[in-house]
Design a protein around this ligand. Structure first.
Ligand code: ZN
Length: 214
């Protein structure tokens, strides 16, 4: 569940999505692909930018996804579809709304953790990548054992990635704690990450900015 109480007061946002809800989205998507229950993309071709109504399914790729579940990170296998344009013969990957290109963590976990860090006055990277003081472990899907722990640099990269998705922002809307940055470039990155999260969430929320349940 995502709660957004006001469009203007960005720091009042809360991303509250149970890991079971995220896992449900992954499971639904995976089952739909397995049963062939999906539609052709309606977007323009990513290469020639023309409107195409006859994409051909080119490939179905396995994709590993990681989901936070309290103090562990679970691994799920799902599928990504690749489509071929009949006009220019190029292929492109279609991403479900919760998967980002080149990222194995799902969108909402990346947004939630980044927001937790940015909106807190005092939290640092190392604190934020813990769950109630415990390190968060990666669980090997085969052995079921914890292989390693989540690094604070992963959160740093989440924020960089989200900031690069930001198309526009208003600096005056809120302030970032001066403890969070040493350079104006990093401050800008944090602001851009917040606006990227805002834009991402808007796509999932009803027009009156009420509560949207998945
Ligand atoms: Zn094309």
């Amino acid at each position: 569940m995502i709660l957004l109480t006001s469009d203007e007061n960005i720091l009042s946002w809360r991303i509250e999505m149970e890991s079971s809800a995220i896992e449900g989205m992954i499971r639904d998507h995976t089952e739909a692909v397995e049963k062939g229950n999906f539609s052709m993309p309606t977007c323009c071709c990513h290469q020639c930018h023309k409107k195409v109504d006859g994409y051909k399914l080119h490939e179905c790729r396995k994709r590993q996804l990681r989901v936070f579940h309290n103090d562990i990170i679970k691994v799920f296998i799902t599928f990504l579809l690749r489509w071929k344009c009949p006009l220019c013969q190029s292929t492109f990957t279609e991403y479900p709304s919760f998967i980002l290109p080149h990222k194995r963590f799902v969108l909402f976990d990346m947004c939630r953790l980044s927001q937790q860090y940015i909106e807190s006055e005092t939290a640092n990277y190392r604190d934020t990548v813990k769950c109630n003081g415990s390190e968060i472990g990666y669980i090997d899907p085969v052995s079921g054992l914890c292989e390693r722990f989540l690094s604070h640099s992963t959160l740093y990269r989440f924020i960089e990635y989200l900031a690069n998705l930001c198309l526009s922002f208003r600096v005056s809307t809120f302030s970032i704690s001066s403890r969070k940055y040493r350079t104006s470039t990093r401050k800008l990155t944090l602001i851009q990450a917040v606006f990227a999260i805002k834009n991402i969430l808007k796509n999932f929320i009803s027009p009156d900015f009420g509560t949207y349940s998945f």
